[in-house]
Ligand binder design. Structure first.
Ligand code: HEM
Length: 541
């Protein structure tokens, strides 16, 4: 059958199912929210076209409080919330009752294969059980010296690029992505991806501007088409990835390159680990995974394509995320030179103390004692959450508790919202991270010192770190959050001791484009420059 005809046929089936089910989701009439601009798309188009990620969330929060209703496809309603108790309930107290939608699962599968991020329920439990040991705190401590070595390599490579021209503008996100790619390659697979050494790296090329090409400003047709996937039976769902559109072709090309590398690595690693039996010598994440998988009951073991997908997932989730967050931190520091100077002084003092006791490298304890650095990382995670929202649907009828009551359409105060099975929910991570009730009246400013005054025991407990939702929470919370944190601490120490970061001499206006992940772009230069974070970098005095 012609692929376009097939897409049309699948859409027709899905529209029928969606219309039949639609009535059940109109249970939020009592909740206030912005008027729906279109019966066909609800607010889905506005959300993907907003000027900056989170802009609409902040606007709606001001108007309706921490929870509100928006329109979905074909006249459906979606609940959008930034409320701490609602977040806690959805992500930390309800097990798998708020699942990932099938359309989102499918898109994830197209990028990453059938790995941990794309699966649900029992299958997810199986994946997580095999992966957890590789992300334990003691295991992650062993990676610190690797993070420091690769951080130093980055500094050594960057220095000659800037010494001749003190006003040189550097796209710092590119340098950080190359660095974090090498880190994940070595830590996860004991493999050199060539990010810093090889500008022709196959993988870097495959990932370059991936989000702009596949997720930025999708057409109205594609937005609707994808949302209807949720209603397709599994037997038809897998066909949709072959719809001949440029976003899918680009995704498939990247998938083939990354999974090709993953397969080669997996087969070499499996031979190495299982034939030598010397696990002590193999401390990379993949070796631990292969060992854990081989000692599982065969019924619960991960299959080869699932293990390869795990490698793709770690490569993808483990590098751009951390690189982006660090880029936003350096951007903020370029606007806050006084805070930057305090961080540098703290790192230098810690370095002196370290030398005085006869050590050559910072320990985890040294890094943890640098509160000025840690607070800048925390504040950046709060202010610039690169995953700015998460979409879920209710598998069962439920009642969602609120810590911030809202006013209903008829003026009553609402403390809890009845939820019908099938209801779509958007958790606004960006919105929660800006709540004044949680973060103070200056929540819309980047100010790391807020963490000196906040008492976390007085907040509703959410997230995995610092009461932030940036790494999500609960059984599906980010497995790599501690990895990322140690990596950011180690790289910040190297970078800030070696370099100063300032605004570039060109008058660049940086915006946070919503492209699945939040990406930095120079306003008006998206197609010329792609995703960039330009900063003036000079050697620190
Ligand atoms: C600043 C850095 C990072 C941020 C902000 C971040 C954020 C997130 C978020 C929000 C989720 C939940 C996604 C969802 O429910 O759909 C997630 C999941 C995940 N992250 Fe991260 N992440 C970061 C770094 C990392 C690193 C370094 C790794 C690996 C080394 C990693 C591996 C994963 C994996 C495997 C999952 C899926 C967990 C599951 O479904 O059980 N992440 N991350």
């Amino acid at each position: 059958m012609e692929p376009l005809l097939l897409a049309a046929g699948l859409s027709f089936v899905a529209i029928l199912v969606a219309i039949v089910r639609r009535r059940r989701y109109r249970s939020l009439d009592n909740i206030r929210g912005p008027p729906t601009p279109s019966w066909l798309h609800g607010h889905d188009v506005e959300l993907t076209r907003q000027n900056e990620a989170g802009e609409l969330d902040f606007q709606w929060m001001k108007e309706y409080g921490a929870t509100w209703r928006i329109g979905g496809h074909l006249g459906t309603q979606q609940l959008m919330t930034a409320d701490p108790k609602a977040m806690q309930h959805i992500f930390m107290k309800s097990g798998y009752n708020y699942g990932k939608r099938k359309d989102i699962q499918m898109i994830t599968k197209m990028f990453l294969g059938p790995g941990i991020v794309a699966v649900e329920g029992e299958a997810h439990q199986r994946h997580r059980k095999i992966m957890n040991p590789a992300f334990s705190a003691p295991q992650l401590r062993t990676f610190l010296s690797l993070f420091q070595d690769i951080g130093l390599q980055m500094c050594e490579k960057l220095k000659p690029e800037i010494t001749d021209d003190p006003d040189k503008t550097v796209f710092i996100n590119k340098w950080l992505a190359r660095t974090t790619l090498d880190i994940i390659g070595q830590a996860a697979f004991d493999y050199d991806y060539g990010g810093l050494s090889n500008t022709e790296s196959r993988l870097l090329k495959a990932y370059s501007n991936l989000f702009i090409d596949t997720a930025l400003h999708p057409s109205k047709w594609l937005i609707l088409y994808r949302s209807l996937w949720h209603y397709l039976p599994d037997s038809l769902l897998h066909i949709v990835q072959y719809t001949p559109i440029k976003e899918h072709t680009r995704t498939r090309r990247t998938f083939q390159i990354v999974s090709g590398i993953g397969k080669e690595l997996f087969s070499e690693k499996t031979k190495e680990v299982l034939s030598s039996g010397k696990t002590e010598t193999h401390k990379d994440v993949m070796s631990i995974l292969i060992k854990a998988n081989s000692s599982e009951n065969p019924k619960t073991q991960l299959a080869e394509d699932e293990m390869v997908a795990e490698m793709q997932t770690l490569t993808f989730a483990g590098h751009e995320t951390t690189a982006s967050t660090l880029s936003w931190m350096l951007y903020e520091l370029s606007k806050h030179p006084d805070y930057q100077a305090r961080m540098r002084a703290e790192i230098k003092a810690a370095r002196q103390a370290m030398h005085a006791r006869g050590d050559g490298r910072f320990s985890i304890e040294d890094l943890d004692s640098m509160t000025t650095v840690m607070n800048a990382i925390k504040e950046t995670l709060r202010f610039h959450p690169i995953v700015y929202n998460l979409q879920r649907y209710a598998l069962k009828d439920d009642v969602l508790p609120l810590s911030e009551p809202i006013i209903s359409a008829i003026g009553e105060e609402i403390h809890a919202i009845p939820i019908k099975a099938g209801q779509w929910i958007v958790a606004s991570l960006a919105g929660y991270n800006r709540l004044r009730s949680v973060w103070g009246e200056d929540a819309d400013e980047w100010n790391p010192d807020r963490f000196l005054r906040i008492d976390p025991t007085k907040q509703t407990r959410v997230g995995v770190f610092g009461n932030l939702m940036t790494f999500s929470a609960g059984i599906r919370g980010c497995i790599g959050w501690r990895f990322s944190l140690i990596e950011m601490q180690a790289l910040s120490a190297e970078l800030l001791e070696n370099f100063e970061f300032a605004r570039p001499k060109e008058d660049y206006d940086i915006v946070r484009l919503p492209a699945g992940l939040m990406i930095p772009v120079v306003r008006g230069k998206l197609y010329e420059l792609g995703s960039v974070m330009p900063l003036r970098v000079s050697v620190a005095q």
